[in-house]
Design a protein around this ligand. Structure first.
Ligand code: FNR
Length: 341
């Protein structure tokens, strides 16, 4: 099966398997404040990664690599939505475009539609420094995401079986690139050990890419005669992955993603220490069901909802959210106890 066909299958299968709700974000609760001493008018959604300040903490995460007409159409749609909503956007893996020059237009369209937006390139951790530089050039990217997807590769019949040397390659890329490097998981979450290792590199940010949303073990298993179903429930749920990150006290910017469905999920991730929150499956589904214009309104509503909820918890800035008291449910409580956190 061609890479292009496999990537198109991902879109169909991601929409079919839908989004499970096992992020454990439903076990994170705010303590109501009757005297928040705040006003909606003074709420700012600006968020920072190092020196970089973006006008929204929400961004559209990497989807639709592979190349071909359908990738081009999706990339164009997502780029328009990102532009209209003032959101940063990551493209899907650019490996196809590095291997075949013909595929470049499918990615370059993103920059064409959104000349001044914050665009992130995307490659796997098998990438070389030269490939990383080329991926950035292709989009005039403002940052590069490097994805970690061990479980997806193992579940893929034609996937990688050797994951040695990834951390060293990431370090080299980060040292050589002129733009920030973000390392992301793809829906299986990160634990303290991984976050600690990444925190010791020169990268700029870590997207914990938690479990509980789009599930690539399930997606790949739809294409296998014998499903590796032992990977279906494998991973660190988004809420506890953020707590694992906080336990490391990292110097890097922490980014949340994985199973984000609404502005309340965004608020919870920001309160658990993330500075940015990535959304993927929920956008794909909304665009497919309702089109571009409706998705733009839908995401504008997320910003409005976020302002209202920040006002309710007494936060004017994203950074204020880390002071909001939270109450955890049983599963999170058990996780924290057993991990000694
Ligand atoms: C993805 N994702 C992804 N990630 C990545 O780093 N490179 C890629 O090429 C892709 N491709 C891709 C295709 C499709 C169709 C989907 C739905 C997703 C993973 C994505 O960025 C994100 O990490 C996961 O989807 C989890 O987030 P959600 O979907 O639960 O919000």
């Amino acid at each position: 099966m061609s890479r292009q066909q496999r990537k198109l299958d991902h879109i169909t299968n991601a929409l079919q398997t839908g989004q499970s709700r096992s992020t454990l974000l439903d076990e994170v609760n705010f303590v109501h404040q009757s005297l928040p001493n705040s006003s909606v008018e003074h709420v700012s959604l600006h968020s920072k990664m190092g020196e970089l300040s973006l006008s929204s903490p929400i961004f559209i995460n990497a989807m639709t690599g592979g190349g071909g007409k359908e990738t081009l159409e999706w990339n164009q749609k997502l780029s328009v939505i990102a532009r209209e909503c003032g959101l940063a956007l990551a493209v899907g893996s650019q490996m196809a475009a590095l291997r075949s020059r013909e595929e470049r237009e499918s990615y370059a369209i993103v920059r064409k539609e959104n000349p001044t937006g914050f665009i992130m390139g995307n490659l796997g951790s098998e990438a070389t420094v030269d490939q990383a530089k080329e991926a950035v050039e292709m989009l005039e990217a403002n940052a590069l995401q490097i994805h970690l997807n061990v479980i997806q590769e193992l579940a893929m019949p034609e996937g990688d079986r050797d994951f040695k040397g990834a951390l060293e390659r990431i370090q080299r890329i980060s040292d050589e690139l002129s733009v920030p490097v973000i390392v992301k998981e793809t829906g299986f979450g990160m634990s303290q050990d991984t976050i600690q290792k990444l925190n010791e590199t020169s990268i700029s940010a870590i997207d914990i890419g938690g479990f509980g949303g789009t599930n690539f073990a399930k997606i790949e298993n739809l294409r296998r005669p014998r499903a590796l179903d032992f990977f279906h429930e494998w991973g660190v749920p988004t809420a506890v992955s953020l707590l694992e990150a906080a336990a490391v006290n990292p110097s890097k910017t922490i980014i949340a993603s994985g199973g984000i469905q609404n502005a309340l999920d965004v608020l919870k991730c920001l309160s658990l220490g993330a500075k940015f929150v990535g959304i993927a499956g929920v956008v794909l589904k909304h665009v497919k069901d309702n089109g571009i214009e409706d998705t733009v309104s839908f995401l504008h509503e997320w910003h409005e909802d976020l302002r209202f909820m920040m006002c309710a918890v007494g936060a004017h800035e994203i950074d204020d959210l880390s002071a909001a008291p939270l109450i955890y449910g049983e599963n999170i409580d058990r996780w924290l106890r057993q991990r000694g956190m």
